[in-house]
Design a protein around this ligand. Structure first.
Ligand code: DOR
Ligand code: ZN
Length: 437
C-alpha cells in the first residue's frame, strides 16, 4: 500500500484534543503522523475537499447482520457493505442469528465471513444465555476466547434478575459489558406500538415507556450489586434516561445508546404520512415528542454515551403484511450520519466533536475495541464526512439487502464522503467523483 497524505481536511479527533486543519499521513495501514503542513516525503497526496471532515472511523455498536441463518434479510457481506457506505469502519453484531451466536463455532463463522468480505471490521457479540432461551448461561469464557466483545440476549431482555446477576459477574471477569434490551415482558405484552394517543386512535396495542425503564432499573441495581458493566441498548423512553442519569450519579457502571430513529421520529408516524406503515414498527417503539426531545437533551448534556443504529434488516415480503404481523425493526447503517447531521449538528443540538464521541470514541471505549482516535501508530480507520452535502435518501440504491427504512425520499444535509479501514479505501461516495482517496 503506498504512503498517502490526506491534506487540508478539518480533523476532528476529540481524544487527542484536535479540531482544526491538519494533515494525516497514512503508512502501512496505520496513522504515521497527524500535524500541520506535513511534508509529502514520497507519499501520494490526497487533497481533502474544502469543508470535509476527517475523523476516527465510526463504530456502530448495535447491528443485526443476520448471518448465519437469515441470509434472505442480510449477510455479513451486504451488511458490512452498508456499514462502510454509512461511514462505519466497524460494527458489533447481535447474536440473534439462527443458530444463535452462543458458542465459538458461530462466532468463528461470523469472523470468517467478515474476513472474506474484507470491508468493515466486525466485532461479534455473544448471547447471554444458551439459544437466548433465558435459562442457562452461555459459556462466556468460550465466547470471549472466540472473539466476542460483549454479551446480550438482544431481541429480548435477560430473562431473570438472577441470570442478569450471574452474567454481570461472569462477563465482568472477562472485562465484557452486558448489553441489555430493556423490556419488562408482562408490560410489553403483545404490544406493537408506543402506548398513547396515536396507537389508541389506530387501534394498535400499546407498550408503555415503563416497560423499558422498569427493566433498566433492575439492571442498574444489579450492576451496582455486582460491580459489572451494563449497557442499555436502544433507549427510547424519558423514564429510562432518568434511570440512567440516576444510576450514573450513584456510581453504577451504566452506559447507554440511542438510535437515530428515536431522536428523529415520534409515534405520530404511525398514522401519517402512511398509516400503519410497517417501516415505523420497531422495538422499542417510536415514542412521543417528549421522549424524543429528552433523547436529544441526553445527547447534548452527555448522559447518553453513544449513537447506535439497531440496523434490523427484514425482507420486503416479511414487512409487507398487516402492522400486527410485521417483524420489528428498520435498517439504519446508511442513514445514521445524515440524520445525525441534519437533526443534531446543524440545528446546534450537539457539536461535531460530540458527534464523533457518540459515534466513535465512546463505542470503542464501551466495547474496549481499538479505534475512536487518530493517534500515531494506530490502525488507519478513518471516516471522511461532508457535513454540508445535500442527500436524498434512496432505499433502492442502498448496499443493504433490505429496504425497510422509513426515511426513503427524505432530503437531509450531511453525507459520508469516504471510509478507510486499515489504510484501505473501502468506500467513496459515488456522487463525489472528484474525490480520489
Ligand atoms: O426492532 C428490533 N429489531 N428490535 C430488536 O430488539 C430486535 C431487532 C431485530 O432483530 O429485528
Ligand atoms: Zn433490541
Amino acid at each position: 500500500m503506498p504512503k498517502r497524505l490526506l491534506k487540508g481536511g478539518r480533523v476532528v479527533d476529540p481524544v487527542n484534543g484536535r479540531d482544526g486543519v491538519f494533515d494525516v499521513l497514512i503508512e502501512d495501514g496505520r496513522i504515521a503522523r497527524v500535524g500541520r503542513d506535513l511534508a509529502a516525503d514520497g507519499a501520494l497526496v490526497v487533497e481533502i475537499p474544502a469543508g470535509c471532515v476527517v475523523c476516527p472511523g465510526l463504530i456502530d455498536m448495535h447491528v443485526h447482520l443476520r448471518e448465519p441463518g437469515q441470509e434472505h434479510k442480510e449477510t455479513v457481506a451486504t451488511g458490512t457493505a452498508a456499514a462502510v457506505a454509512g461511514g462505519f469502519t466497524a460494527v458489533a453484531c447481535m447474536p440473534n442469528t439462527s443458530p444463535v451466536n452462543d458458542n465459538a463455532g458461530v462466532t468463528g463463522y461470523i469472523l470468517q465471513k467478515a474476513a472474506e468480505a474484507h470491508l468493515a471490521r466486525v466485532y461479534p457479540i455473544g448471547a447471554v444465555s444458551r439459544g437466548q432461551m433465558g435459562e442457562q448461561l452461555a459459556d462466556i469464557a468460550e465466547l470471549k476466547q472466540a472473539g466476542c466483545v460483549a454479551v446480550t440476549d438482544d431481541g429480548r431482555p435477560v430473562a431473570t434478575a438472577l441470570l442478569m446477576r450471574r452474567v454481570l459477574e461472569y462477563a465482568g471477569m472477562f472485562g465484557m459489558p452486558v448489553i441489555e434490551h430493556c423490556e419488562e415482558q408482562t408490560l410489553k405484552g403483545d404490544g406493537v406500538a408506543h402506548e398513547g394517543f396515536h396507537a389508541s386512535t389506530l387501534g394498535l396495542r400499546g407498550i408503555p415507556g415503563e416497560a423499558e425503564s422498569i427493566m433498566a432499573l433492575r439492571d442498574i441495581s444489579l450492576a451496582r450489586l455486582t460491580g459489572g458493566a451494563v449497557h442499555i441498548a436502544h433507549m427510547s423512553a424519558r423514564q429510562t434516561l432518568e434511570a440512567v442519569r440516576d444510576g450514573k450519579a450513584r456510581g453504577a457502571r451504566v452506559t447507554c445508546e440511542v438510535t437515530p430513529h428515536h431522536f428523529v421520529l415520534t409515534d405520530e408516524m404511525l398514522g401519517a404520512p402512511v398509516p400503519y406503515d410497517t417501516n415505523v414498527k420497531m422495538n422499542p417503539p417510536l415514542r412521543e415528542a417528549a421522549d424524543r426531545d429528552a433523547m436529544r437533551q441526553g445527547l447534548a448534556d452527555g448522559s447518553i454515551d453513544a449513537i447506535a443504529t439497531d440496523h434490523a434488516p427484514h425482507h420486503y415480503d416479511e414487512k409487507h403484511v398487516e402492522f400486527d404481523h410485521a417483524p420489528f425493526g428498520i435498517t439504519g447503517l446508511e442513514t445514521a450520519v445524515s440524520l445525525s447531521f441534519d437533526r443534531l449538528v446543524h440545528p446546534g443540538v450537539i457539536t461535531l466533536a460530540r458527534l464523533v464521541e457518540l459515534l466513535s470514541v465512546n463505542p470503542a471505549r464501551i466495547l474496549r475495541v481499538p479505534g475512536g482516535s487518530l493517534a500515531d501508530h494506530t490502525p488507519a480507520d478513518i471516516t471522511i464526512l461532508a457535513p454540508d452535502r445535500a442527500v436524498t435518501v434512496s432505499a433502492r440504491t442502498m448496499r443493504s439487502k433490505a429496504r425497510n427504512t422509513p426515511f426513503d425520499g427524505w432530503k437531509l444535509r450531511g453525507a459520508v464522503a469516504a471510509t478507510i479501514v486499515g489504510g484501505r479505501t473501502v468506500y467513496v461516495n459515488p456522487e463525489m467523483a472528484n474525490l480520489r482517496i
